[in-house]
Design a protein around this ligand. Structure first.
Ligand code: IMP
Ligand code: MG
Length: 180
């Protein structure tokens, strides 16, 4: 018989909002003097999980930006990374000379960010930085730099605010941890 998992509150919507306000202020301040050549910050959102985070973050930025999307897969339907990163949907705009900011909702093993940063660098952007809402440092398999981080979290499987478990729970306003 299937047992339904229990959801425990982890970060409430107002707490998430505060983290994002701080991130957006830092990013805006850092990039304001750097965009005179390109005119805009080039944001790459990792689908599907970073959907809500990116939408909220981008609306709080005070610098001009362009937005593109990438969809990578390293997870199957469960809670463990499969280790292989595949491109399911590639970016659509050229990156040469751009200041690129990757927006990801959670950095876990680091494989996704490592893969993406290396791949984007091959297009010769002016810079590439990473913004993550959450990071689980204890799970890191590949060291990656997260230049703008909302919060470190312990090794718990999280859902809500874009984070899913087998495509469920993305639409929760709060972030919760799952206990099965
Ligand atoms: P990484 O490549 O192992 O760093 O995994 C990154 C991606 O795995 C994240 O962007 C999420 O999409 C997914 N992921 C990692 N941890 C969790 C979690 O706790 N809940 C839901 N998805 C997660
Ligand atoms: Mg993701």
């Amino acid at each position: 018989m299937a047992v339904s998992p229990t959801l425990h509150p982890f970060l409430t919507a107002p707490e998430i909002d505060r983290l994002i306000t701080q991130l957006a202020a830092r990013i805006s301040e850092d990039y304001a003097p750097r965009l005179s050549d390109t005119g805009a910050l080039h944001i790459i959102v990792t689908l599907k999980g970073a959907l809500f985070f990116a939408a909220d973050l981008i609306r709080k930025l005070t610098v001009p930006c362009r937005v593109d999307f990438v969809r990578l897969s390293s997870y199957g339907a469960g809670t463990k990374s499969s280790g292989n990163v595949r491109i399911l949907k590639d970016i659509e705009t050229p990156l040469a000379g751009e200041h690129v900011l990757i927006v990801d909702e959670i950095v876990d093993s680091g494989r996704t960010v490592d893969f993406l940063v290396n791949r984007l660098k091959a297009s010769r952007p002016a810079s590439v930085r990473v913004c993550g809402l959450l990071s689980k440092p204890s799970r890191r398999e590949i060291p990656v730099e997260v230049h703008y981080l909302g919060r470190e979290v312990e090794d718990k499987f999280l859902v809500g605010y874009g984070l899913d478990y087998g495509e469920k729970y993305r639409n929760l306003g709060d972030i919760c941890y799952l206990e099965s």
